[in-house]
Ligand binder design. Structure first.
Ligand code: ADP
Ligand code: GLC
Length: 483
């Protein structure tokens, strides 16, 4: 039995802004099944407080530099055996809305203080100073919010091993020197060799410099972030630590994303009953007030409306794309300029585009189930989960060939069609032209229903369950303990 402290700033279904929550909700379950004993450590946000009834206080303590008492609460991840420990510190976490952003969509002004407090609490728990009878062998940290944990543990005499997973290098947790000075951190953390980054403090560097092992969420992204194009200024450091850096492709929760049993969709279906998928398309067209047309390809998009996801490329391609006989449904939130532009297109072309600007878990499932194609023109994509959900739902992904997208999709060409390995369509340049060309390729194949269904079926038969990836993490936990 291995004790794993899994520190994360979000976990589905308790709190979610993106894929990190999906991973934190499902990887710990897979690890438990492989005989690990996991504690998911999360901030006790107001949204979690409103959702949970069964929480019990198991400790109270304080951390340096922060007045007041922290309560450690225990609960379980809903519908699972996985134990969750919650850091209850109302001043930092008991506020409405998004974990990272205020009502205006700007980072909370005290984010450095909030996640420093979380990381300090994690460090005390990790060294057995709070709960004496449960000590982790490994602390698995995720993204910048937990970057301070390996950094603070580094100088502890009795410390567990650490593994730091990069889910997205674009978010680094960078704060001013003035802010750093308020955090009451040890002096060794202010140096270009540690967490200083161009005269600011970078939380993610704490993980990248100090963790025994670094992972990211696909092998492709592990290579890409060592280059200037994808490294966001950290490529040098990552290259320096290349022998400790690897990529493990995310799995998906096969129960939550299961077209044969999904309670959120109109009509369940499986690889054997793929034709039934059509009913989901009809219902999606109705729900999004699009004309119900069986034979018009329906393209789905779900995600954060930010530059990373290539939404600007879609907007540029739209005038030409709309010359084709296609329909498009979009669900997302993000930068206001993109939200506005999408709404404008939808108003101008109500028979072809329909968009919902908002966050809606149920609709995300219904789009995966009802669309024929799923578009992900990301500029970079550490892993991406929606293309994996799409494969499972027989919805053919059309993706930019980067990171986890390239690692999980096989482009359709004569060869891959012949040997039945094709699962989607890939374009290799982040331009409207490349997107259009590839979409036209997909539309041509869509006109041959048998061929199309064969591609969809191959996708549905791929296995992206967590088991294999969780085994790889366990191997790295063992390796980390020897370093
Ligand atoms: P990222 O973490 O970069 O946003 P991923 O593809 O890894 O991208 O994961 C995104 C997750 O968030 C998926 O589960 C997706 O369905 C969900 N999601 C994103 N935007 C929305 C939205 N507007 N409504 C519902 N679910 C969303
Ligand atoms: C990040 C990435 C996404 C990845 C997710 C979960 O948000 O942008 O590609 O799938 O984390 O690892």
């Amino acid at each position: 039995m291995r004790n794993v402290l899994f520190a994360t700033s979000e976990a589905h279904p308790l709190i979610k802004t993106g894929g990190l929550a999906d991973v934190s909700g499902s990887l710990p379950q897979a690890l438990n099944k492989l005989n690990c004993d996991v504690r998911v450590l999360l901030p006790y946000y107001q949204e979690i407080k409103n959702k949970l009834e069964n929480v019990k206080q198991i400790a109270q303590f304080s951390v340096s530099g922060h007045a007041g008492t922290i309560s450690l609460l225990e609960t379980r991840l809903p519908d699972s055996e996985v134990k969750v420990w919650l850091i209850d510190y109302p001043k930092a976490f008991d506020r409405p809305g998004n974990p990272y952003l205020d009502e205006q969509g700007l980072p909370w002004p005290d984010n450095a203080e909030r996640y420093a407090l979380f990381s300090k609490a994690a460090t005390l728990i990790a060294t057995g100073q709070i709960i004496a009878d449960w000590k982790p062998g490994i602390v698995h940290c995720n993204d910048w919010q937990t970057g301070l944990i390996p950094a603070l543990l580094a100088q502890q005499p009795q410390k567990p091993a650490t593994l730091f997973t990069i889910h997205n290098l674009a978010y680094q947790g960078i704060f001013s020197r003035e802010t750093y000075l308020t955090l009451d951190l040890p002096d060794y953390l202010w140096s270009p060799d540690t967490m200083e980054f161009h005269n600011q403090i970078s939380f993610i560097k704490g993980g990248l410099v100090f963790a025994n092992i670094i992972t990211t969420v696909s092998p492709g992204y592990a290579r890409e972030i060592q280059t200037a194009e994808f490294g966001f200024g950290l490529e040098g450091l990552l290259k320096h630590r290349a022998d400790k850096l690897s990529g493990i492709l995310n799995g998906i929760d096969m129960d939550i994303w299961d077209p044969a049993n999904d309670p959120l969709i109109e009509q369940n279906f499986s690889v054997k009953t793929l034709k039934e998928k059509q009913k989901n398309k009809t219902s999606l067209q109705k729900e999004f007030s699009l004309p119900v047309e069986n034979d018009t390809p329906l393209i789905g998009m779900v995600g954060r409306l930010v530059q990373q996801k290539g939404i600007d490329i879609v907007l540029e391609a739209l005038p030409d794309l709309l010359q084709e006989s296609v329909q498009l449904v979009i669900l997302g939130t993000g930068e206001k300029k993109y939200e506005k532009a999408i709404k404008q297109f939808a108003t101008q072309h109500p028979k072809q585009i329909s968009a919902l600007i908002g966050y809606d878990e149920t609709l995300a499932h219904r789009i995966e189930a009802g669309a024929d194609m799923f578009l992900m023109p990301s500029r970079f994509e550490p892993c991406g989960l929606n293309q994996l959900y799409s494969l499972r739902y027989g919805t053919v992904p059309i993706v930019q060939g980067v990171g986890g997208l390239l690692d999980s999709i096989v482009d359709t060409n004569t060869q891959t069609q012949k040997n039945k390995t094709a699962t989607g369509y890939i374009f290799t340049e982040a331009t409207p032209d490349a997107l259009l060309k590839t979409l036209k390729r997909a539309i041509e194949t869509y006109k041959k229903p048998q061929t199309w269904r064969s591609i969809a079926r191959t996708g549905m038969q791929q296995n992206f369950s967590w088991e294999e990836s969780a085994k790889k993490y366990i191997q790295l936990y063992e390796k980390a303990a020897t370093l």
